[in-house]
Design a protein around this ligand. Structure first.
Ligand SMILES: Cc1cc2nc3c(=O)[nH]c(=O)nc-3n(C[C@H](O)[C@H](O)[C@H](O)COP(=O)(O)OP(=O)(O)OC[C@H]3O[C@@H](n4cnc5c(N)ncnc54)[C@H](O)[C@@H]3O)c2cc1C
Length: 347
């Protein structure tokens, strides 16, 4: 019989950021990965404290940025790499009015740390009204983050590369197959619908596509450009462009309309020829009130759910992994905004 403080079910941002907390606190655990393409692995990796449609910020944005920087430097100590890419977002203005709005918002106390008024223009792309820089924005190196973290888990005998089988769980005995555990944290993203303990949490899938494109004329400065969607360099002449949002499509195939939308979006500001070399998609686990869902099962108190990371999987995943760990280990109550109880208790 193996013994573990924790079992983690899932292998996206929620699972990995929670695993990081356990590594830092010397807790023993096993992480189950069914090795399917998660939303996390197709994500752009954008770390952004601003809502770029309306130029507003959101709950805990500054705290989340600081906490992520701390986590990534801690991870660098055991994986050997820091995944923070300092290529800030430049929002391409649609018109003068938008730029004026940005300028006005930049004086706002809550936004002054994020909206720079040193407007920048780029050649190669169409940006007649310039771009505004989002200070403190960055990107995560998504592929290396997953590659290195899995290598670390595997080398330290923490990875179980198989689907977690709910039928083999005996929650009354704290036992899963040949493992005796103290707690389980379920981080399955949209896969939670198969989980008999948490299948009813109110999640909505939001399908997102992105393109990998080969551009014919490079953009010399290494930044993340944003008009309708995000464009940033990968390797060679390859760029990532995405992602779309669609709450109505739940089939597991590429949507031609989403692909067209992306091609048109890119043509709007990149006037040179480009070639689409790949299209991928994933399902964001979203919640109506745009807040994650964390909490324990009403009967089996050591079964926890960590889900609903929405469009901000990196910031939400890292920050709320810390909150969940504090709840489980020290009984610190969760902020009510993210607690599962907001859906289960009648007010
Ligand atoms: C196109 C696109 C672009 C995005 N861009 C960004 C971005 O730039 N920045 C950002 O912060 N967020 C972004 N997001 C959102 C982000 O990807 C999600 O919020 C995040 O991936 C959710 O993470 P998760 O760990 O909850 O779920 P997931 O990433 O879906 O991971 C859950 C994993 O659990 C596994 N699993 C489920 N059931 C089982 C089981 N029984 N046994 C074993 N494993 C199981 C699944 O296979 C899956 O791999 C983007 C999303 C999309 C689709």
């Amino acid at each position: 019989m193996k013994i573990a403080d924790y079992l983690i079910v899932g292998d996206g941002y929620a699972a990995l950021f929670f695993a990081h907390r356990l590594i830092m606190e010397n807790k023993s655990f096993y992480l189950f990965s069914e090795n399917k393409q998660s939303a996390s692995r197709v994500s752009a990796g954008i770390i952004n404290p601003v809502v770029l449609k309306k130029f507003t910020t959101f709950w805990l944005a500054q705290e989340q940025i600081h906490d992520l920087q701390k986590t990534l430097s801690e991870m660098a100590e055991y994986t050997g790499r820091n995944y923070w890419i300092d290529e800030p977002i430049h929002r391409i203005f649609h018109n003068v009015k938008e730029r004026e709005l940005w300028q006005k918002k930049a004086n706002d106390e809550t936004l002054s740390g994020f909206l720079s008024t040193a407007f920048v223009s780029f050649d190669t792309i169409l940006n007649p009204f310039g771009t505004g820089t989002v200070d403190q924005s960055a990107r995560l190196n998504v592929s290396l983050f997953f590659h290195d973290f899995f290598k670390f888990l595997s080398e330290n005998d923490r990875l179980i590369p198989e689907q977690f089988d709910y039928i083999a769980l005996n929650p009354a005995q704290n036992q899963y197959k040949t493992i005796e555990y103290k707690n389980i944290v379920f981080c399955e993203g949209m896969g939670v619908v198969e989980n008999p303990f948490f299948k009813d949490i109110p999640l909505q899938p939001n399908k997102g596509h992105h393109l990998k494109v080969k551009i014919s004329k490079p953009i010399r400065t290494k930044v993340t450009l944003k008009k309708k969607h995000f464009l940033f360099p990968l390797e060679d002449d390859l760029y990532y462009y995405g992602g779309t949002y669609d709450r109505n499509q739940s089939h597991h195939e590429i949507d031609e309309t989403a692909k067209d939308q992306l091609v048109k979006g890119l043509e709007e500001f990149y006037p040179e020829p480009f070639e689409v070399v790949d299209v991928q998609f994933g399902f964001r686990p979203t919640v109506k009130d745009r807040r994650p869902i964390l909490g324990n099962h009403h009967e089996f108190k050591n079964l926890f759910v960590f889900n609903g990371l929405g469009a901000r999987g990196i910031l939400n995943g890292n920050y709320f992994a810390g909150e969940l760990f504090q709840l489980i280990e020290y009984g610190k109550p969760l902020p009510e905004e993210v607690s599962l109880e907001r859906f289960t208790q009648t007010k």
